[in-house]
Design a protein around this ligand. Sequence first.
Ligand code: NCD
Ligand code: ZN
Ligand code: ZN
Length: 347
Amino acid sequence: MTKTTITITRPDDWHLHMRDGEVLKHVAPFTAKQFARAIIMPNLNPPVTTVVKAVEYLDRILGAVEGTDFEPLMTLYLTDNTSADEIIAARKSCFIKGVKLYPAGATTNSDAGVTDIRLCDAALEEMQKAGLPLLVHGEVTTPEIDVFDREKVFIDKILQPLTLRFPELKIVFEHITTKEAADFVLQAGNNIAATITPHHLLYNRNAMFQGGLRPHNYCLPVLKRDIHQQALLAVIRSGNKQFFLGTDSAPHARHKKESACGCAGIFSAHAAIEIYTSIFEQQNALDKLEAFASFNGPDFYGLPRNTNSITLIKEDWQVPDHYTLGDDTLVPFLAGQTINWKLAEKN
Ligand code: NCD
Ligand code: ZN
Ligand code: ZN
Protein backbone atom coordinates (compact mmCIF):
# COMPACT_ATOMS: atom_id res chain seq x y z
CA MET A 1 0.00 0.00 0.00
CA THR A 2 1.37 3.44 -0.81
CA LYS A 3 1.67 5.73 2.14
CA THR A 4 0.14 9.19 2.03
CA THR A 5 1.55 10.48 5.30
CA ILE A 6 4.50 9.51 7.43
CA THR A 7 5.24 10.59 10.99
CA ILE A 8 8.72 10.24 12.41
CA THR A 9 10.61 11.44 15.47
CA ARG A 10 11.89 14.94 14.76
CA PRO A 11 15.15 14.59 12.79
CA ASP A 12 18.53 16.29 13.25
CA ASP A 13 21.06 17.38 10.65
CA TRP A 14 24.52 16.08 11.56
CA HIS A 15 26.45 18.19 9.00
CA LEU A 16 25.39 21.73 8.20
CA HIS A 17 26.92 25.02 7.02
CA MET A 18 24.95 27.94 8.43
CA ARG A 19 27.51 30.61 7.52
CA ASP A 20 27.38 33.98 9.26
CA GLY A 21 26.01 37.53 8.99
CA GLU A 22 23.33 38.18 6.39
CA VAL A 23 23.49 34.65 4.92
CA LEU A 24 22.99 33.06 8.35
CA LYS A 25 19.82 35.10 8.85
CA HIS A 26 18.42 33.85 5.55
CA VAL A 27 19.32 30.18 5.74
CA ALA A 28 18.95 29.33 9.47
CA PRO A 29 15.12 29.37 9.52
CA PHE A 30 14.98 26.66 6.81
CA THR A 31 16.87 24.25 9.04
CA ALA A 32 15.06 25.26 12.24
CA LYS A 33 11.74 24.48 10.56
CA GLN A 34 12.72 20.88 9.79
CA PHE A 35 15.31 19.82 12.31
CA ALA A 36 15.55 19.95 16.10
CA ARG A 37 19.34 20.17 16.13
CA ALA A 38 22.23 20.46 13.70
CA ILE A 39 25.98 20.02 13.87
CA ILE A 40 27.26 23.42 12.78
CA MET A 41 30.37 23.38 10.63
CA PRO A 42 33.12 25.76 11.79
CA ASN A 43 34.53 26.75 8.37
CA LEU A 44 33.83 30.45 8.68
CA ASN A 45 36.37 32.98 7.55
CA PRO A 46 38.20 33.25 9.95
CA PRO A 47 37.38 29.74 11.22
CA VAL A 48 35.91 28.81 14.61
CA THR A 49 39.11 27.55 16.21
CA THR A 50 38.43 28.23 19.90
CA VAL A 51 35.70 27.69 22.47
CA VAL A 52 35.39 31.47 22.83
CA LYS A 53 34.78 31.90 19.09
CA ALA A 54 32.30 29.01 19.17
CA VAL A 55 30.22 30.57 21.94
CA GLU A 56 30.12 33.88 20.05
CA TYR A 57 29.03 32.07 16.89
CA LEU A 58 26.44 30.10 18.86
CA ASP A 59 25.01 33.40 20.06
CA ARG A 60 24.69 34.72 16.50
CA ILE A 61 22.96 31.51 15.38
CA LEU A 62 20.52 31.66 18.30
CA GLY A 63 19.73 35.24 17.20
CA ALA A 64 18.93 33.97 13.70
CA VAL A 65 16.55 31.25 14.94
CA GLU A 66 14.84 33.27 17.66
CA GLY A 67 11.32 32.10 18.42
CA THR A 68 12.15 28.47 17.63
CA ASP A 69 13.47 25.68 19.86
CA PHE A 70 16.25 24.82 17.40
CA GLU A 71 19.48 23.77 19.11
CA PRO A 72 22.81 24.39 17.34
CA LEU A 73 25.45 21.78 18.17
CA MET A 74 28.78 23.54 17.86
CA THR A 75 32.13 22.29 16.58
CA LEU A 76 35.73 23.48 16.62
CA TYR A 77 37.93 23.80 13.54
CA LEU A 78 41.09 21.71 14.00
CA THR A 79 44.38 23.33 13.02
CA ASP A 80 48.04 22.31 13.24
CA ASN A 81 48.13 24.34 16.46
CA THR A 82 45.01 23.18 18.30
CA SER A 83 46.21 22.48 21.83
CA ALA A 84 45.16 19.72 24.22
CA ASP A 85 44.03 22.54 26.53
CA GLU A 86 41.57 23.83 23.93
CA ILE A 87 40.10 20.32 23.70
CA ILE A 88 39.80 20.16 27.48
CA ALA A 89 38.04 23.54 27.42
CA ALA A 90 35.74 22.22 24.68
CA ARG A 91 34.85 19.15 26.72
CA LYS A 92 34.17 21.24 29.82
CA SER A 93 32.02 23.68 27.83
CA CYS A 94 29.54 20.85 27.14
CA PHE A 95 28.20 22.62 24.04
CA ILE A 96 31.04 21.63 21.69
CA LYS A 97 30.02 18.31 20.15
CA GLY A 98 32.84 17.64 17.72
CA VAL A 99 36.12 18.85 16.21
CA LYS A 100 36.38 19.18 12.45
CA LEU A 101 39.34 18.08 10.38
CA TYR A 102 39.74 19.91 7.09
CA PRO A 103 42.90 18.86 5.28
CA ALA A 104 44.42 22.24 4.30
CA GLY A 105 43.16 23.28 0.87
CA ALA A 106 40.57 20.48 0.55
CA THR A 107 37.41 22.60 0.37
CA THR A 108 35.70 25.94 1.11
CA ASN A 109 37.55 27.90 3.85
CA SER A 110 40.02 25.13 4.56
CA ASP A 111 43.22 27.16 4.15
CA ALA A 112 43.71 27.21 7.92
CA GLY A 113 43.16 23.43 8.04
CA VAL A 114 45.56 20.67 8.96
CA THR A 115 48.76 20.27 6.92
CA ASP A 116 49.84 17.02 8.63
CA ILE A 117 47.55 15.05 10.91
CA ARG A 118 50.48 14.01 13.11
CA LEU A 119 50.77 17.62 14.27
CA CYS A 120 47.37 17.10 15.94
CA ASP A 121 48.33 14.10 18.06
CA ALA A 122 48.03 15.90 21.41
CA ALA A 123 44.56 17.22 20.53
CA LEU A 124 43.46 13.83 19.16
CA GLU A 125 44.71 12.07 22.28
CA GLU A 126 42.59 14.37 24.42
CA MET A 127 39.56 13.93 22.14
CA GLN A 128 39.88 10.16 22.35
CA LYS A 129 39.98 10.43 26.15
CA ALA A 130 36.98 12.79 26.26
CA GLY A 131 34.88 10.84 23.73
CA LEU A 132 34.71 14.01 21.60
CA PRO A 133 34.21 12.98 17.96
CA LEU A 134 36.56 13.93 15.14
CA LEU A 135 34.50 14.99 12.11
CA VAL A 136 36.39 14.42 8.90
CA HIS A 137 36.38 15.98 5.44
CA GLY A 138 37.94 12.89 3.93
CA GLU A 139 39.92 13.95 0.89
CA VAL A 140 43.64 14.22 0.23
CA THR A 141 44.73 17.45 -1.39
CA THR A 142 47.79 16.26 -3.30
CA PRO A 143 47.45 17.89 -6.73
CA GLU A 144 48.68 14.74 -8.54
CA ILE A 145 45.77 12.70 -7.21
CA ASP A 146 42.77 12.63 -9.49
CA VAL A 147 39.88 14.60 -8.02
CA PHE A 148 37.61 11.55 -8.21
CA ASP A 149 40.10 9.41 -6.23
CA ARG A 150 40.77 11.81 -3.37
CA GLU A 151 38.39 10.17 -0.90
CA LYS A 152 39.66 6.66 -1.58
CA VAL A 153 43.30 7.75 -1.22
CA PHE A 154 42.42 9.59 2.00
CA ILE A 155 41.12 6.34 3.48
CA ASP A 156 44.32 4.47 2.68
CA LYS A 157 46.81 7.22 3.49
CA ILE A 158 45.23 9.09 6.40
CA LEU A 159 42.10 7.53 7.87
CA GLN A 160 43.12 3.90 8.17
CA PRO A 161 46.48 4.74 9.83
CA LEU A 162 44.70 7.23 12.11
CA THR A 163 42.28 4.58 13.36
CA LEU A 164 45.23 2.32 14.16
CA ARG A 165 46.97 5.06 16.15
CA PHE A 166 43.75 6.11 17.95
CA PRO A 167 41.64 2.94 18.06
CA GLU A 168 39.05 4.38 20.48
CA LEU A 169 38.66 7.79 18.82
CA LYS A 170 35.11 8.49 17.70
CA ILE A 171 35.15 9.52 14.05
CA VAL A 172 32.41 10.72 11.72
CA PHE A 173 33.45 10.30 8.11
CA GLU A 174 31.46 13.21 6.69
CA HIS A 175 29.55 13.32 3.41
CA ILE A 176 30.82 9.97 2.10
CA THR A 177 30.70 9.57 -1.66
CA THR A 178 32.29 6.23 -2.55
CA LYS A 179 31.82 2.50 -2.18
CA GLU A 180 35.26 2.42 -0.55
CA ALA A 181 34.12 4.86 2.14
CA ALA A 182 30.92 2.89 2.80
CA ASP A 183 32.95 -0.35 3.02
CA PHE A 184 35.47 1.27 5.34
CA VAL A 185 32.74 2.28 7.80
CA LEU A 186 30.99 -1.10 7.51
CA GLN A 187 34.14 -2.98 8.53
CA ALA A 188 35.03 -0.49 11.29
CA GLY A 189 34.03 -0.60 14.94
CA ASN A 190 31.04 1.22 16.40
CA ASN A 191 33.21 4.25 17.15
CA ILE A 192 33.23 5.08 13.43
CA ALA A 193 30.21 6.41 11.57
CA ALA A 194 29.38 8.38 8.43
CA THR A 195 26.96 11.01 7.19
CA ILE A 196 25.35 10.82 3.76
CA THR A 197 23.99 13.85 1.87
CA PRO A 198 20.80 13.94 -0.20
CA HIS A 199 22.72 14.93 -3.33
CA HIS A 200 25.13 12.00 -3.19
CA LEU A 201 22.14 9.66 -2.84
CA LEU A 202 20.12 11.25 -5.62
CA TYR A 203 22.81 11.94 -8.21
CA ASN A 204 25.99 10.65 -9.75
CA ARG A 205 28.56 12.72 -11.61
CA ASN A 206 26.48 12.85 -14.78
CA ALA A 207 24.34 15.45 -12.99
CA MET A 208 27.18 17.97 -13.29
CA PHE A 209 27.19 17.70 -17.07
CA GLN A 210 23.52 17.24 -18.01
CA GLY A 211 23.21 19.15 -21.30
CA GLY A 212 25.93 21.58 -20.19
CA LEU A 213 27.92 22.50 -17.11
CA ARG A 214 25.74 22.54 -13.96
CA PRO A 215 27.51 24.57 -11.28
CA HIS A 216 24.67 24.10 -8.79
CA ASN A 217 25.39 20.36 -8.71
CA TYR A 218 29.05 20.95 -7.90
CA CYS A 219 30.14 20.13 -4.36
CA LEU A 220 33.05 18.54 -2.58
CA PRO A 221 33.71 15.72 -2.39
CA VAL A 222 32.57 15.84 -6.00
CA LEU A 223 29.74 13.54 -7.17
CA LYS A 224 31.10 10.15 -8.23
CA ARG A 225 30.10 7.53 -10.80
CA ASP A 226 26.97 5.41 -10.59
CA ILE A 227 28.50 2.39 -8.80
CA HIS A 228 29.31 4.65 -5.86
CA GLN A 229 25.85 6.18 -5.76
CA GLN A 230 24.43 2.65 -5.78
CA ALA A 231 26.70 1.66 -2.86
CA LEU A 232 25.37 4.59 -0.80
CA LEU A 233 21.79 3.65 -1.65
CA ALA A 234 22.48 0.06 -0.58
CA VAL A 235 23.76 1.35 2.75
CA ILE A 236 20.61 3.34 3.52
CA ARG A 237 18.41 0.38 2.51
CA SER A 238 20.36 -1.83 4.92
CA GLY A 239 19.45 0.37 7.88
CA ASN A 240 22.96 0.08 9.32
CA LYS A 241 23.24 2.19 12.51
CA GLN A 242 26.65 3.62 11.60
CA PHE A 243 25.15 5.86 8.90
CA PHE A 244 23.01 8.92 9.45
CA LEU A 245 21.62 12.12 7.99
CA GLY A 246 23.95 15.03 7.25
CA THR A 247 22.83 17.38 4.52
CA ASP A 248 26.10 19.28 4.03
CA SER A 249 23.79 22.10 2.97
CA ALA A 250 26.37 24.69 1.91
CA PRO A 251 24.93 27.97 0.62
CA HIS A 252 26.91 30.16 -1.78
CA ALA A 253 25.49 33.26 -3.48
CA ARG A 254 24.43 32.65 -7.06
CA HIS A 255 27.23 34.71 -8.62
CA LYS A 256 29.82 32.68 -6.68
CA LYS A 257 28.44 29.45 -8.14
CA GLU A 258 27.85 30.73 -11.67
CA SER A 259 31.40 31.90 -12.15
CA ALA A 260 34.60 31.15 -14.04
CA CYS A 261 35.83 29.56 -10.82
CA GLY A 262 32.69 28.48 -9.03
CA CYS A 263 32.44 27.60 -5.33
CA ALA A 264 31.78 24.04 -4.19
CA GLY A 265 28.62 23.49 -2.17
CA ILE A 266 24.95 22.61 -2.62
CA PHE A 267 22.21 24.32 -0.62
CA SER A 268 19.58 21.77 0.41
CA ALA A 269 18.24 23.06 3.74
CA HIS A 270 15.03 24.33 2.07
CA ALA A 271 13.79 20.78 1.45
CA ALA A 272 16.21 18.38 3.10
CA ILE A 273 13.87 16.03 4.94
CA GLU A 274 11.44 15.99 2.02
CA ILE A 275 14.21 14.99 -0.40
CA TYR A 276 15.50 12.25 1.89
CA THR A 277 11.93 10.96 2.28
CA SER A 278 11.49 10.76 -1.50
CA ILE A 279 14.76 8.90 -1.82
CA PHE A 280 13.87 6.38 0.90
CA GLU A 281 10.46 5.84 -0.68
CA GLN A 282 11.99 5.34 -4.08
CA GLN A 283 14.30 2.74 -2.52
CA ASN A 284 11.35 0.97 -0.87
CA ALA A 285 12.98 1.77 2.44
CA LEU A 286 10.62 4.22 4.13
CA ASP A 287 10.76 1.97 7.20
CA LYS A 288 14.48 2.84 7.50
CA LEU A 289 14.04 6.62 7.29
CA GLU A 290 13.38 7.33 10.97
CA ALA A 291 16.49 5.57 12.28
CA PHE A 292 18.67 7.27 9.65
CA ALA A 293 17.21 10.72 10.24
CA SER A 294 16.40 10.68 13.95
CA PHE A 295 18.04 7.81 15.90
CA ASN A 296 21.46 6.83 14.58
CA GLY A 297 22.94 10.34 14.88
CA PRO A 298 22.05 11.06 18.53
CA ASP A 299 22.89 7.46 19.48
CA PHE A 300 26.37 7.85 18.02
CA TYR A 301 26.97 11.28 19.59
CA GLY A 302 25.64 10.07 22.95
CA LEU A 303 22.80 12.60 22.94
CA PRO A 304 19.13 11.96 23.71
CA ARG A 305 16.80 11.25 20.81
CA ASN A 306 14.21 13.95 20.18
CA THR A 307 10.84 13.31 21.78
CA ASN A 308 8.56 15.25 19.43
CA SER A 309 7.74 14.33 15.84
CA ILE A 310 7.17 15.67 12.33
CA THR A 311 4.68 14.59 9.71
CA LEU A 312 5.31 14.47 5.98
CA ILE A 313 2.48 14.41 3.48
CA LYS A 314 2.62 12.84 0.03
CA GLU A 315 1.99 16.01 -1.94
CA ASP A 316 3.74 17.52 -4.95
CA TRP A 317 5.32 20.93 -4.58
CA GLN A 318 7.68 22.90 -6.72
CA VAL A 319 11.03 24.12 -5.47
CA PRO A 320 11.47 27.85 -6.20
CA ASP A 321 14.05 28.87 -8.83
CA HIS A 322 15.83 30.88 -6.18
CA TYR A 323 15.61 32.35 -2.69
CA THR A 324 16.60 35.84 -1.56
CA LEU A 325 20.02 36.18 0.03
CA GLY A 326 20.28 39.85 1.01
CA ASP A 327 21.15 41.70 -2.20
CA ASP A 328 21.96 38.41 -3.86
CA THR A 329 20.09 35.19 -4.59
CA LEU A 330 20.57 31.57 -3.65
CA VAL A 331 19.81 28.74 -6.07
CA PRO A 332 18.59 25.73 -4.09
CA PHE A 333 19.14 22.05 -4.80
CA LEU A 334 16.48 20.81 -7.29
CA ALA A 335 15.53 24.41 -8.22
CA GLY A 336 12.32 24.46 -10.27
CA GLN A 337 11.78 20.72 -9.83
CA THR A 338 8.89 18.90 -8.18
CA ILE A 339 9.31 17.10 -4.86
CA ASN A 340 6.60 14.60 -3.92
CA TRP A 341 6.75 14.85 -0.12
CA LYS A 342 6.00 17.93 1.89
CA LEU A 343 6.56 18.71 5.55
CA ALA A 344 3.19 19.32 7.23
CA GLU A 345 2.91 22.93 8.42
CA LYS A 346 1.70 22.06 11.93
CA ASN A 347 3.96 19.60 13.69
C1 NCD B 1 31.32 23.09 1.84
C2 NCD B 1 31.21 24.60 2.01
O1 NCD B 1 30.85 25.29 1.05
O2 NCD B 1 31.45 25.09 3.11
N1 NCD B 1 31.30 22.78 0.42
C3 NCD B 1 31.00 21.59 -0.14
O3 NCD B 1 31.11 21.49 -1.36
N2 NCD B 1 30.60 20.56 0.56
C4 NCD B 1 32.55 22.60 2.51
C5 NCD B 1 32.59 21.11 2.73
O4 NCD B 1 31.72 20.54 3.39
O5 NCD B 1 33.53 20.46 2.25
ZN1 ZN C 1 33.53 18.84 3.59
ZN1 ZN D 1 30.26 20.40 4.60
